[in-house]
Design a protein around this ligand. Sequence first.
Ligand SMILES: Cc1cc2nc3c(=O)[nH]c(=O)nc-3n(C[C@H](O)[C@H](O)[C@H](O)COP(=O)(O)OP(=O)(O)OC[C@H]3O[C@@H](n4cnc5c(N)ncnc54)[C@H](O)[C@@H]3O)c2cc1C
Length: 555
Amino acid sequence: MTTRPGLPKNTVQNDLVRPDWAITNFRRDLAFPRLTEEMVQRLRSYGREKTFPGRFTLFTYGSTAADMFIVLRGGIDVFKPAPAGGERITGKHRRYEFAGEFNLLNSQGAVVEARTTCKTTLLCIAKDDLPRLMRAEGDIANLIVQAAIWRRINLLNDGASGVVLTGSSNDPAVTELRRFLIRNSYPHRFEEATESNTTHDILPNVRLSDGRLISRPAISALADELGITELPRTNTVYDVAVVGAGPGGTAAALYAASEGLRTIIIEGLAPGGQAGTSSKIENYLGFPMGISGQELASRAQLQALKFGTHFAISRQVVSVKSTNGMHTLALDGGTKVCSRSVVVATGAQYRRLAVEGFERYENCGLFYAATPMEAILCQGQDVLVVGGGNSAGQASIFLSGYARHVFHVVRGESLESSMSQYLISRIESSSKITLCTGCDVVALEGDATLQRVAWTHRKTGERINRAIRHVFVMIGAEPNSGWLFGTVLLDTKGFVLTGGNEGFERTPYCTNVPGIYAIGDVRAHSVKRVASAVGEGSVVISDVHRYLNGAFTTI
Ligand SMILES: Cc1cc2nc3c(=O)[nH]c(=O)nc-3n(C[C@H](O)[C@H](O)[C@H](O)COP(=O)(O)OP(=O)(O)OC[C@H]3O[C@@H](n4cnc5c(N)ncnc54)[C@H](O)[C@@H]3O)c2cc1C
């Protein structure tokens, strides 16, 4: 681990805390675009001109209601605290440039501050008028989204913006909080606890940009504090409530919102779902070099935000009740969401390893995803990957770039029937991966953290013991459908039954409850892939339209 000059000594360099999509060359031209005269003329109908006589603060850290400010005359400086005290200018907006980043598209609190530099005239567009602008002015909307992406990349790369998470990197609570911040692309830095704060503070804690300290925050409380969650409006009836922001759900929300439906997406953790935990997706159309799940998820979220989708992040849906065409979703924490239709896109989650004591090591040695965050933890060490599917294969290849050696344990006698050939070839040709077929993991041992692993060969009974402190488990998935028990029909494994059966509306994605649809990995017999989940998410919205217009067909 290295530290960046200028940051406190125990600050871990940003490679650990920024998502991998942020590790890229900064594009200033895309981050700070200049609008044309004609664009500014069009924008005048959305806002009003205002002159500030001198230096005036336009928004401060945490402001959730900042307008969009376009400079007509004068200038805006954007700044954040410098590590050594004082402030550091991160951007200067001049004629026809605009201030704001992610916070223009959602209710996230600002992570920088902005003020006019001198006598300045701005075109101010109220936040409530932005969704209308984003829908109607496609070319300008694209510039705003692009600027939001690149400004966020700049903030993530910088490492001095956002919140500071302090704790021990071996603490599972720290891993959970870091994963949450990374997967939501929230600027932050991690500080390893020192002796003094281990004694005096309740760890982990998060220092907010206004200096407040929150100790051991629950994910939902942190999400609310940072404005990552947009809480559902209690007096609103949505046209579509999408449950789950994996690739399928995000596609459904994007299509619904872009077609003018009032759309909310409710997500238990972070956008991206299973795909968001993939180090590289190489079989998704349009990305010949592959794309990390995190990047795909962030881009998809912005695209959905652009069309006005409401994202309620870090809220689990715990039940749904349907009466007279109205569906009421109950969220953990007690909030209720009313919607005329529901798209279930809750996907699946990885099976746990059936080895005694596995819970003890979850997030402190035992992982269900192999992203850059986990990879850096096991740099230069031996690791174990368990599973015979594509995700396990990808993990082995990815981790072999960081680990000293990867042992890959599979129950079956070969990978042929469960893994794509391109992955098998790469595993076989790698000198850093040892494939152990026909084996079962039988023991996980250690103290506070995992230290040793054992596996046995099924036929010979040979037992292999190794000092391995990081195990990646990818042994198949179970549907996230517990919240639907007793409401919609499920198959014996818990996948949601859709379409075609007797009494069902005649569309591939409808469940037995009119107005509730299911797509992606949670749906029985679906193809468990990113592209198919995205495809189903986009197609289902035409069924939803017909349902809402009262034009669906029943058998
Ligand atoms: C490591 C890994 C690598 C993969 N690599 C590839 C690949 O290279 N190519 C490929 O095509 N496929 C790949 N897959 C499979 C692919 O990711 C899935 O098929 C795809 O993500 C399914 O999308 P989905 O939207 O149906 O569900 P998911 O991606 O599972 O998303 C479901 C979302 O719903 C949320 N959720 C669950 N329950 C609730 C609830 N009650 N309330 C609110 N939210 C809830 C979850 O938090 C999650 O975000 C990979 C999977 C993994 C795990």
